[in-house]
Design a protein around this ligand. Structure first.
Ligand code: SGN
Ligand code: CA
Length: 522
């Protein structure tokens, strides 16, 4: 809906600050959807997969050839973000196209109200078959919107995972990423070929505690991963960053996270997943982690050496689990190609949020800082959507639902807060025109505190160049970053007189966004 108040705010901001700061105009919601034929949609979402570990985005650490293949045959969003960096909320945002405060699923504990409008329900009403396979993490089971579902209980398990199905609990042998892919392909095999489909493939990997397939256990064991430049951050000027409990040095558990045998652990069942394995899986596991444990005990590391050893173990385990994700994406792409589906199917790859690969000394996510607010977003596109290469516009996970509805030739419901990305995909010409009035800022709000990893509640605004964050509750604090001069967000410039005008404009923009998205939660 066109809102003159917003445009006035945008103009007044544009008058005093650089262009990257002035406000968004979501008027493009009203644009005519010119796609003439509904497209099939395969949405692959991984858990905690950071862009730093996906070579289409970042070649520093590992190579992911199948994911890169998706980018090569489509587009890569280079400024893709979430609005609340945590799993359950991200999944609710995906389904509803609304920010967390608006869909009610503000943290992993909150109840998700399934009676809301979701894109799978809209797609069903347009004649689509819909399915979800894998991690659900929204409490209960899918009650509306899916013709087929088979989901992991809670976080699920890597080995021999149980699935909840409409018929009850189903036991499976094998590794979770393979099984989710198998079940997805099996559903595609038996779908009704006469109707379009939308399949959500929601992986468990690469969530803590980063366990790989037995076939990949020996990978990366000889590799030394590069330490990020911010690994030894002292958190000066940033109270919430100092307060968190997601430090590689202090919070990774030797037994639970790093798989060292027979050591003291803070966890009641430090080897929970190991007990699920069959004898063959245990043998493969012991063959690799047995000698690692022995060497660790013999070396008696301490200080910096111990911390760097933890970082290497963490990175190796994470990288191994990504290998299976990449292989299985390849397997799914091959299947879709073999079935001649690539010409009328959009394949999307995203994660539920970003993740820290040692930046600031961390693992986990939650913060509005870059590594966790960003998320990979790749789309392999059919010929009818001719855009290729990088897309730099600011996009957010609230946009996925509207995009999928437009890909299904539907009309985006008014209550959805995101905007369809379709105009950016159609052609260079359409993208240039859409880019002209694309949003210039993003809103973020994280709620899960007090909780695991102790990341305080905060909300904020991110423009192309600046970020303003309000941590609230205990030790409230404003933080502000100039991402051009300080891309790693080490220098809090809030109240720096040189940025006075920008700071005022960011406050104004943040207020406008809270008003625009109707966030009255404080
Ligand atoms: C679990 C993990 C946490 C993680 C949350 C949320 N602990 O509780 O490290 O932050 O999930 O992750 S674990 O001991 O169970 O591994 S989320 O991606 O599902 O939101
Ligand atoms: Ca996650």
């Amino acid at each position: 809906m066109f809102d003159s108040r917003i445009t006035l705010t945008a103009l007044s901001l544009a008058a005093v600050v650089p262009s990257q700061l002035y406000a968004l105009n979501d008027g493009i919601k009203e644009r005519k959807n010119e796609l003439d034929k509904p497209l099939n949609i395969v949405y692959i979402m991984t858990d905690d997969h950071s862009y730093q570990m996906l070579s289409a985005y970042d070649r520093t650490h590992i190579s992911t050839p199948n994911l890169d293949r998706m980018a090569a045959h489509g587009v890569k969003f280079t400024n893709s973000f979430v609005c609340n960096s945590i799993s359950g909320p991200s999944r609710a945002v995906l389904l509803t196209g609304k920010h967390s405060h608006a869909n009610g699923k503000i943290d992993n504990d909150a109840t998700f109200d399934q009676s809301q409008t979701t894109f799978p329900k809209v797609l069903q009403s347009l004649g689509y078959q819909t399915a979800i396979v894998g991690k659900w993490h929204l409490g209960g089971v899918p009650t509306e919107g899916f013709d087929y579902w088979t989901i992991l209980p809670g976080q699920g398990t890597y080995y021999n995972p149980d699935f909840i199905t409409p018929k009850g609990i189903e036991k499976n042998d094998g590794y979770v990423t393979d099984i989710i892919t198998d079940k997805s392909i099996e559903w595609l095999e038996r779908r009704d070929n006469s109707r379009p489909f939308c399949l959500l493939v929601h992986h468990k990997a690469v969530h803590r505690v980063w366990m790989s397939d037995t076939t990949d256990l020996e990978l990366y064991e000889d590799k030394t991963f590069k330490l990020p430049s911010t690994f030894r951050d002292d958190y000066k000027g940033r109270k919430a960053a100092a307060h968190q409990k997601m430090s590689i040095a202090k919070d990774l558990d030797l037994a639970y996270d790093l798989k060292i045998k027979d050591v003291k652990s803070a966890f009641a069942s430090p080897y929970g997943e190991y007990d699920r394995m069959n004898d063959e899986q245990k043998r493969a596991w012991d063959k690799v982690y047995g000698p690692i444990s022995d060497r660790f005990k013999a070396d008696s590391l301490s200080g910096d050496e111990l911390v760097e050893w933890k970082y290497q173990r963490y990175m190796r385990d994470y990288a191994k689990a990504v290998k299976s994700l990449d292989d299985n994406v390849g397997r799914l792409l091959d299947y879709l190609e073999k079935e001649n589906l690539l010409d009328n199917t959009v394949i999307v790859y995203a994660s539920d949020q970003g993740f820290y690969m040692g930046e600031h000394g961390w693992f986990d996510k939650r913060f509005m800082y870059e590594e966790s607010m960003r998320t990979p977003l790749l789309m392999m596109l059919p010929q009818s959507l001719s855009r290729r290469g990088d897309i730099p516009q600011l996009v957010q996970n609230i946009d996925y639902a509207p995009t999928f509805i437009e890909m299904a030739c539907g009309k985006v419901p008014e209550e959805m807060q995101g905007v369809s990305l379709l105009p950016l995909l159609k052609s260079k010409k359409s993208a240039v025109s859409a880019a002209r009035d694309w949003r210039r800022s993003l809103y973020y709000h994280y709620f899960e505190y007090p909780a695991e990893h102790s990341v305080r509640r905060h909300y904020g605004v991110r423009t192309e160049r600046y970020k303003l964050i309000r941590f609230y509750g205990e030790e409230p604090q404003w933080e502000m970053y100039d991402l051009k001069n300080d891309p790693h967000e080490l220098k809090n410039i809030y109240n720096d007189p040189r940025y006075r005008i920008i700071q005022d404009a960011l406050h104004q923009e943040l207020n406008r966004l809270r008003d625009y998205y109707n966030d009255n939660t404080l």
